[in-house]
Design a protein around this ligand. Structure first.
Ligand code: GLP
Length: 235
């Protein structure tokens, strides 16, 4: 299986390339878009917002949400999605895990049912410095569906920049499992900046290794990777 790797000058150019992948998926009849959060997809969302693409008849499902943060919490992924995409380009229906759900097992079951009813046509992904996708940290089972996961120290540190204090970063998240992610018909992974270079090298060239979760994407038949020069530096 060949992973398409597109190397661009910077994240702005990356966002434009990503927008083309979305446009193509929609032209081919995509109905469900799998979305991601973090710094990486911001330029992609800017391009999508500026584009003529119409999401009003589509469904979106997001990868993950922090346990303990509600949709009105500015640090929640729910809030992020409204800020970066949904307010400007509403979908017919947008799903994220509910970080405030009282019954965690029921919330996980609810999300898995949503995914079963809405098979993802195109899944957007970032990648953690340690190779995590969604919040599937190193060592995660490769066949898992949605579950509650503990964040690693390195992810807590990397994500602390969005919080006032490192102690404020939630320690748990709900995340689609690697098995759920692999169900998507098409996957688009983006990585920008030198901090991602090691993970990108493993993703593209390394062996499939549960300790670098993104490497499982080598087994997916339709993956595009968009990286800037810095993230591609070790290829
Ligand atoms: C977070 C998110 C991931 C994201 C990754 C990289 O922990 N759960 O979905 O891809 O880390 O984040 P960033 O794009 O900000 O570098």
């Amino acid at each position: 299986i060949i992973m398409r790797v597109i190397i661009v000058e910077d994240k702005v150019a990356g966002g434009k390339e990503a927008c083309k992948v979305f446009a193509n998926a929609l032209a081919n009849g995509a109905k469900v878009l799998g979305l991601a959060t973090g710094g990486t997809p911001e330029t992609t969302y800017q391009e999508l917002v500026a584009s003529k693409l119409d999401f009003s008849k589509l469904v979106s499902v997001n990868l993950d949400e922090y346990v303990g943060l509600g949709a009105d919490d500015p640090q929640s992924y729910n809030y992020y999605m409204k800020q970066h995409l949904f307010n400007q380009k509403p979908f017919a229906k947008s799903y994220l895990p509910n970080g405030l759900a009282e019954d965690e097992a029921a919330e996980i079951e609810r999300y898995n049912q949503i995914l079963a009813a809405n098979p993802v046509d195109l899944q957007l992904l970032g990648i953690g410095e340690n190779g995590h996708i969604g919040f599937n940290e190193p060592g995660s089972p490769l066949d898992a569906k949605t579950r509650k996961v503990a964040l690693t120290e390195s992810t807590i540190k990397a994500n602390a920049r969005y919080f006032e204090r490192e102690e404020d970063v939630p320690r748990y998240a709900y995340s689609m499992g690697i098995g759920s992610i692999m169900q998507a018909k098409e996957i688009l992974l983006e990585a920008f900046g030198a901090k991602k270079a090691q993970a990108v090298k493993a993703l593209v060239e390394g062996p499939v290794d549960a300790n670098v979760p993104a490497t499982i994407l080598q087994k997916h038949p339709n993956v595009t990777v968009i990286v800037d020069k810095q993230a591609a530096a070790l290829l």
